[in-house]
Design a protein around this ligand. Structure first.
Ligand code: 13P
Length: 242
């Protein structure tokens, strides 16, 4: 199975999202073995899920709180994501770790909360440039995946997103992706995960670079930022994954 997920981050208004969905659906052809998803900002979840959810496109929240409700101003819970039409949730994106202090301990709780509300967690992991240069890449990935010892196995997608490749136009080279994905797979198995958990790559994915990535056996698709804001490019990436 191949998966291509658009992470819109903090972009688009409702008018822009409507135009995106119209243009995207004009090109999108659902295919067996391909999972397409969009992770819009919270304000657009209901609208996007109404527009694309019935056409075989998954809708993901970009974050979700571990508690079901309560005094957590500015947060959105898993049942609220579900209520807005989501079937999954991105967790641990590097921007959440870097700018909002997301910790591994919090992520373990969030994964279990997502399962409780029947949402598919898409766990994002990846090393910074400093960590790569210091030869710590695999240690960092191993640490980020160690939360699976706490959560136990369950439905999960993982995205390997080297922080230095996000939004920089500097995509990781094929041998780097191959090494990281093979290591992630081995760690997942060690933690009792199913052999078919999809491991996506994210970081400056474009229609120009995606075919080379998809040729790597352990790459099950892409988590796409910048290029996914263009409906034609996003549709093209899904086609390439078919
Ligand atoms: P870019 O595709 O813009 O590099 O972003 C990747 C990303 O962070 C997806 O979650």
């Amino acid at each position: 199975m191949h998966c291509v997920v658009a992470n819109w981050k903090m972009n688009l208004t409702s008018d822009e999202a409507r135009i995106f969905c119209e243009e995207f659906l004009g090109r999108f052809v659902p295919e067996a073995g391909i999972e397409a998803g969009i992770a819009p900002p919270f304000t657009l979840l209901r609208q996007v899920s109404d527009l694309v959810g019935t056409k075989g496109v998954r809708v993901f929240g970009q974050n979700g709180h571990a508690e079901a409700k309560g005094a957590f101003t500015g947060e959105v819970s898993m049942p609220q994501l579900k209520d807005a039409g989501c079937s999954g949730v991105l967790l641990g994106h590097s921007e959440r770790r870097q700018f909002f202090g997301e910790t591994d301990a919090a992520l373990a709780k969030k994964i279990m909360a997502a399962w409780q509300w029947d949402l598919l967690p898409l766990l994002c992991i990846g090393e910074s440039l400093e960590q790569r240069d210091a030869g710590q890449t695999l240690a960092v990935l191993g640490q980020q995946l160690s939360i699976l010892a706490e959560t136990g196995p369950g439905p999960l997608w993982v995205a390997y997103e080297p922080v230095w490749a996000i939004g920089t136009g500097r995509r990781a080279e094929a041998p780097q992706v191959r090494e990281a994905h093979a290591f992630i797979r081995a760690e997942m198995l060690r933690h009792g995960a199913d052999t078919d958990v999809p491991i996506l790559y994210g970081g400056s994915v474009t229609p120009e670079s995606f075919p080379e990535l998809l040729a790597i056996p352990e790459v099950a698709g892409g988590l796409v930022g910048g290029a996914s804001l263009d409906p034609l490019k996003f549709a093209e990436l899904i086609k390439q994954a078919g």
